[in-house]
Ligand binder design. Structure first.
Ligand SMILES: [Zn+2]
Length: 407
């Protein structure tokens, strides 16, 4: 019996040593991820904090009990350049007032910069972001979610450029006068409207990034055909994980986006990441829509609770975000993917380990675990988006410079 006992003791010893080594390795990687998060520029192209504060004001210079963004947690997570979403709900297309609402929300973000100048400043260029990064101040960039505030007037593209807007999501949940929407089955334009094509050209000319998140596939392919500059998907994930969900991008679209030197910024919302989650959430929304119920209606809540009891939601973690990033990297390389969380836009439906802006180091940790190089992680965290933004600035400059005529 003795040799056998000795053998099992040895196995135990080796297992313990291995576990200890694994634990140490994990601790080291977590420390490294934390360091990299503060060493690299982290850009997140979609944070819905302005609309959240419009609904209920909070002092975001302090740690807030609610929401996914405040400056304290942003600094903890190493976030440097959040794009503040200037979100205009779809109903403004018919009722009007979209431009006025956009102005109000832009005023609010300017108010953050005026109120807390040591913490943050508005950024309207790549050089603003890099300079303010060195100064240790957050760069508040502006992205307008929905082209409705253009209000049929092409000169409003320039107007919003002058107000600091640096990307425009052409449509939101329903079609508008610019484009069809992925969520809207009425495909009135079969892609972009004739005016929408002019809007894309004008955005190229003034230097606003075209955002293809939310638009229909046909509209995406039209943008790809006509845009003279690379484009972004500010908060979309990979359709390969959520079959049939048009709001995410198919492999074919990601390949074309990369060919055009654009970038897909991965959405952290659970239903964007996990197919089963997407199906369950989709069924709930379609029930609510059919029965004309709002999410918080008692009747809706009774239905949702029972439905979720019968169809439990799958667990989604920060590793799922890394899996989407990895999918894009395997498809087209590490130059065409970044982070577009949708924080403050998807409620509590966020992955474990990625609940707010203090958690970006967890994404880096997952990428380190997959063996990603520091250089590739730096690109994914922010350099890819800055590269696209620079190319958009350059294209605008070229389009605005009159061609030299030979004498
Ligand atoms: Zn959105």
């Amino acid at each position: 019996m003795r040799p056998l006992m000795a053998k099992s003791a040895l196995v135990l010893l080796v297992t313990c040593a291995l576990t200890q080594a694994q634990n140490q390795q994990e601790t080291d990687l977590r420390a490294k991820a934390q360091n990299l998060a503060h060493q690299f520029i982290i850009i997140d192209t979609h944070i819905d904090v302005p609309y959240r504060l419009r609904m209920q004001w909070e002092d975001i210079s302090q740690r807030t009990p609610k929401g996914n963004f405040d400056f304290v947690r942003a600094v903890e997570g190493g976030l440097n350049a959040p794009f503040m979403s200037i979100y205009i709900p779809s109903e403004y297309e018919a009722q009007g007032g979209g431009k006025a609402l956009a102005d109000t929300l832009i005023d609010m973000v300017e108010g953050f910069a005026n109120r807390w100048p040591k913490l943050c400043a508005i950024a309207t260029s790549v050089s603003d972001v890099t300079r303010q990064f060195k100064q240790g101040r957050l760069s508040l960039c502006l992205g307008m979610e929905n082209g409705t505030p253009i209000e049929h007037d092409l000169s409003n593209v320039r107007y919003f450029y002058d107000r600091g807007i640096r990307y425009i999501t052409l449509a939101h949940g329903e079609h508008n006068h610019i484009s069809d929407s992925s969520y809207d089955s009425t495909r009135v334009w079969k892609g972009l409207s004739p005016f929408g094509r002019k809007v894309v050209a004008e955005m190229n000319r003034v230097g606003i990034m075209v955002d293809v998140s939310h638009i229909s596939d046909d509209a995406f392919y039209e943008v790809m055909n006509i845009s003279k500059a690379p484009v972004i998907a500010s908060h979309s994930s990979c359709r390969a994980f959520t079959p049939g969900f048009e709001r995410n991008m198919s492999d074919e679209m990601i390949k074309l986006l990369a060919k055009n030197r654009g970038v897909i910024m991965i959405n952290f919302g659970n239903s964007f990441l996990h197919g089963d989650y997407q199906v369950i959430e989709g069924k709930i929304w379609s029930y609510l829509t059919t029965h004309r119920l709002r999410f918080n209606d008692p009747e809706a809540q009774t239905y949702i609770q029972q439905f979720l009891k019968d169809n439990p939601l799958p667990k989604v973690t920060v590793a799922d975000v890394a899996a989407h990033i990895d999918h894009v990297v395997k498809l087209v390389g590490a130059d065409f993917v970044g982070l577009g969380s949708d924080f403050d836009g998807v409620g509590d439906m966020l992955p474990e380990g990625l609940r707010d802006v203090s958690h970006y180091p967890n994404v880096i940790f997952e990428l380190l675990k997959k063996g990603y190089s520091d250089k590739d992680i730096e690109k994914i965290c922010g350099l890819n988006l800055l590269r696209v933004w620079s190319e958009v600035e350059k294209t605008a400059h070229q389009l605005q410079t009159p061609e030299k005529t030979s004498q």
